[in-house]
Write a protein that binds this ligand. Structure first.
Ligand code: NAD
Length: 496
């Protein structure tokens, strides 16, 4: 069985008395074991990152960026292997893994602009002979803690930008699918990153708690479920750290009576069931406005879903793969059953699908549930599985109130042909990322990603311009070189 260790100071280190099985979710077999770092191992990594910081901080931004240019090339060169590692441990079909990787690479491309991003702000003659400027300095050692569902992309939301800003980094990936993340970090070493600038620690709560409490860690980026995000944010703050903690979601799509229904159905299929619904931007609730739209939507979805195929990652004709663990499969099935018990109609039932040759895989088929109401457990929770629930309402205002009343506010979308309705929706809805006839409005790398309400704890969104602000601290310098013209006497008052 392969053992997965840590990357500390540029070397693979197999340390840790505790370990955990890493499963192939399509077969249900444990094929690897990941070592779970102890407090001491994490502290060793932090010490290496701290030692690497002074030199890296003073390395010109253009030279830091050059490492990222080479890294991008290596990521593209080794894309097939990265997608295979993702498929083996996450279960994502190869075409979807390729999309995830591409979105990660786009963040590396953004990081390549470091010299431009870090130029700062300058004002000449703010007073007689006085110039003032703000520069953006790195924080020191910063940490990232990431979820299982995007083992390549989400870490690349964080470390490329943090590193080009001059910080050194400790990454704690998900212990459920750590191999692609570790491999990617090794590519960055191959690209020329000095040892100690990026360290990867595999582990669980013990590793995370060490990062949250160690005074040498200056900032923490987290992406994962809301209860953990809330804990991370509170603990990091209590320990004096800057923190951005992105949490869970329940993304609604409003389907208006005037929508292009065939287009809406096509978009909903991919957004609800792609990656088995294990995306924080998955559309898991369709809110149909009016009975006619509701009936048409359900009928067309039901029809379209007959052609979907669930299976293993290495067959590109599959639409999506298994869910991550056996326990998660039971949880998703449990939510489908609870909706049924609480009065909803299971239109297409994906519980326990047959996948030939993969009897022990954690598969859930695409599921469509109609007649869902806000009181149901399946409506309140983030299911994180291939389940689309339909809620029927009479007006667009009612649909918007549903969305605003939900605890999460990550993404949302409206399908309509009415520009006025779409503009009103995007202007007023209490959600951080909004699509208009775009089902997964994930911001591109040169914008920033983040939800509202209990989908994000902190002030700054992830990556893009907000990421640059998150990974730097502003220092404002005011300068005067006394000369005969501007030399002044003593003054006890603010200049007026
Ligand atoms: P998770 O919260 O279980 O784990 C995320 C990370 O936190 C992992 O590295 C894990 O090791 C660590 N962790 C777990 N329990 C911990 C504890 N008790 N103490 C300290 N650390 C702990 O999330 P997951 O199941 O890996 O990922 C799925 C979740 O992530 C979903 O809720 C999804 O919506 C969310 N997510 C959000 C975004 C976003 O941008 N908002 C993006 C991707 C995923």
């Amino acid at each position: 069985m392969t053992t997965i260790g840590h990357l500390i100071n540029g070397e693979i280190v197999n340390e840790g008395s505790r370990s955990q099985d890493v499963f192939n979710p399509a077969t249900g077999k444990a094929e690897k074991q990941v070592l779970l770092a102890s407090k001491q191992t994490v502290e060793q990594a932090i010490a290496c990152a701290e030692a690497a910081f002074p030199e890296w901080r003073n390395t010109p931004a253009i030279k830091r960026a050059r490492v990222m240019f080479r890294f991008k090339e290596l990521l593209e060169q080794h894309a097939d292997h990265i997608c295979k590692l993702i498929g083996q441990e996450h279960g994502k079909i190869s075409h979807d893994a390729a999309g995830e990787l591409q979105r990660g690479i786009e963040n590396v491309e953004f990081a390549c602009g470091a010299p431009q991003l870090l130029k700062g702000e300058h004002s000449r003659n703010v007073g007689p002979g006085i110039d003032s400027w703000s520069e953006f300095q790195p924080l020191g050692v910063v940490a990232g803690i990431t979820p299982f569902n995007f083992p390549a992309m989400v870490p690349m939301w964080m470390f490329p930008l943090a590193i080009v800003c001059g910080n050194t980094f400790i990454l704690k990936p998900s212990e459920r699918d750590p191999s692609s993340t570790l491999y990617i970090a090794q590519l960055l070493k191959e690209a020329g990153l000095p040892d100690g600038v990026l360290n990867v620690i595999n582990g669980d709560k013990e590793a995370v708690d060490t990062l949250l409490t160690d005074q040498r860690i200056k900032a923490v980026s987290f992406v994962g479920s809301t209860p953990i995000a809330e804990y991370i944010y509170a603990t990091a703050n209590a320990n004096g750290k800057r923190c951005q903690a992105l949490g869970g979601a329940k993304n609604h799509a409003i389907v208006m009576p005037d929508a292009d229904m065939d287009n809406a159905v096509n978009q909903l299929l991919g957004a609800a069931f792609g990656s088995s619904g294990e995306r924080c931007m998955a559309l898991s609730v369709a809110v149909a406005v009016g009975d006619e739209a509701g009936d048409a939507l359900v009928a067309k979805m039901q029809n379209a879903m007959t052609g979907l195929s669930v299976g293993a990652y290495d067959n590109a004709s599959n639409d999506f793969g298994p869910v991550i663990t056996c326990q998660h499969k039971d949880k998703v099935n449990g939510f489908i059953s609870s909706a049924e018990q609480q009065g909803a109609t299971i239109v297409v039932d994906g519980r326990n699908p047959e996948v030939e040759g993969y009897d022990n895989g954690y598969f859930v088929g695409a599921t469509l549930i109609d007649g869902v109401t806000p009181e149901m457990d399946s409506y309140k929770a983030e299911i994180f599985g291939p389940v689309l629930q339909v809620v029927r309402v009479k007006t667009m205002q009612e649909a918007m109130k549903l969305i605003d009343d939900h605890e999460y506010g990550n993404g949302t979308c409206i399908f309509t042909r009415d520009g006025e309705a779409a503009r009103y929706f995007s202007d007023h809805i209490q959600v951080g990322m909004v699509g208009i006839n775009v089902p997964l409005p994930v911001p591109v790398a040169y914008h920033s990603f983040g939800g509202w309400k209990r989908s994000l704890f902190g002030d700054l969104h992830a990556y893009g311009p907000d990421g640059v602000r998150f990974y730097t601290k502003r220092k404002t310098i005011t300068q005067r070189w006394p000369s005969s013209g501007v030399r002044e006497g003593v003054s006890f008052a603010f200049p007026s």
